[in-house]
Design a protein around this ligand. Structure first.
Ligand SMILES: Nc1nc2c(ncn2[C@@H]2O[C@H](COP(=O)(O)OP(=O)(O)OP(=O)(O)O)[C@@H](O)[C@H]2O)c(=O)[nH]1
Ligand SMILES: [Mg+2]
Length: 360
């Protein structure tokens, strides 16, 4: 299927896959380690007596004329039964035409930003399994079946291609290694996870995830949001090491280290506040309480005269901090309760939708 889709909210249906796997294959795989999936998914695709599944390869693109043809051709060769969708976000360099020429379905998205495009992809493309990959030829197409394997086997809801740089200095720009480390560390501490790569653009996921994952990010904070949402919803994330190479000559990064880095940090903070409100507001409350206690201790320790201005201001500040600490903890408890009710609602809605076949 080929063609350009407008902005009218069309649904794109991708080709059928002949088969996935037998039950015994699934059980065998279930007990194996992630790295052992290599090569096994090929068997899934060709096993003739199993379920049917459609695979969509989704490529968000903004001015990737230098690399998109190779990316589409490589994926066509690596997984011919999948349909490739290139979501072109107002490219001015002919990315869309090149992608169409290479055999991809090209969908135009006018709202600028990777986050908008990913939201449109999940809304418009109908498939059973989704693979998301960048259009800059930095991820290996020949690992697509490995990345898909745990999702096809029913062992993971999302597989993240964990980037292992072939040449770290060339693949990552200055500060990016530190930025990646900081983001991973923050999320693991806040959400109690043990992930190693949060910002990889190479991911496979089930239809359930693609259709039910809320997306609020507009730009490069999208990957961070996807990982956090999966953690919050207790979807199973697997990481699979994949080679990560530098952009080829003539291809330009769209990422601005500081602007996009700040956006990612704000996204983490905002999701922390929304999804872990008791920890967020409770933590604030504890901090206010401790500072308040410190001020009371200072008044007692420094033995200011009763009429001293310092003494009075410290006592007023300490009392205000204690009051703020109580308010912060109360907000945390209330928002946590609201979240809990929403999660209940979400679970009921999902059960009803799956009863009506909307998640299948
Ligand atoms: N649709 C869409 N895609 C975008 C936009 N900005 C970037 N992309 C795509 O998102 C993918 C990743 O962008 P990159 O600029 O490579 O960002 P990155 O991989 O995080 O950073 P680098 O390490 O610099 O490569 C590429 O396929 C881009 O074409 C955008 O505004 N809209
Ligand atoms: Mg890139």
């Amino acid at each position: 299927m080929q063609g350009v889709f407008g902005d009218g909210g069309e649904t794109v249906d991708c080709r059928s896959l002949p088969s996935l796997t037998s039950d015994s294959d699934r059980q065998k795989l279930g007990s194996q380690d992630i790295d052992q999936y290599a090569g096994i998914s090929e068997t899934f695709m060709t096993d003739s007596n199993a379920a049917t599944g459609r695979i969509a390869i989704l490529v968000p693109c903004y001015n990737e004329a230098a690399t998109i043809e190779k990316v589409v051709r490589d994926f066509k060769e690596a997984i011919p039964e999948a349909e490739i969708y290139v979501f072109d976000n107002n490219s001015a360099d002919g990315t869309g035409e090149i992608a169409r020429g290479a055999g991809a379905v090209v969908v135009r998205e006018k709202k600028q930003g990777k986050g908008h495009v990913v939201a449109a992809m999940f809304e418009k493309v109908e498939a059973d399994y989704y693979v998301m990959v960048d259009g800059d030829d930095t991820y290996p197409a020949d690992r697509v079946r490995d990345v898909l394997a745990p999702v096809l086997a029913g062992d993971a809801d999302m597989v993240v291609g964990r980037r292992e740089a072939v040449d770290e200095a060339a693949a990552y720009r200055r500060f990016h290694v530190f930025g990646n480390w900081l983001v991973v560390w923050l999320i693991n501490v806040i959400f109690g996870s043990r992930l190693k790569d949060i910002m990889s653009g190479y991911r496979a996921m089930t239809r359930d995830v693609a259709k039910n994952l809320p997306i609020m990010a507009y730009g490069f904070d999208i990957e961070t949001e996807m990982s956090i949402q999966c953690l919050y919803r207790r979807w199973v994330i697997h990481e699979l090491p994949v080679e990560y190479r530098e952009r080829p000559e003539g291809s330009e990064s769209k990422l601005s280290t500081f602007r996009d880095g700040l956006k990612v940090l704000f996204r983490i903070l905002s999701l922390f506040r929304s999804y872990k409100p008791l920890t967020f507001f409770g933590g604030m409350g504890i901090l206010f309480f401790l500072v308040g206690c410190g001020m009371v201790a200072a008044v007692w320790w420094l033995e200011w005269a009763p009429q001293s201005g310092y003494r009075l201001s410290f006592i007023i500040a300490a009392a205000s901090l204690m009051a703020m600490s109580l308010i912060a903890v109360s907000i945390g408890v209330i928002v946590q309760l609201i979240n809990f009710r929403f999660l209940e609602l979400d679970s009921i809605l999902r059960r009803q939708r799956s009863r009506h076949g909307e998640n299948d």
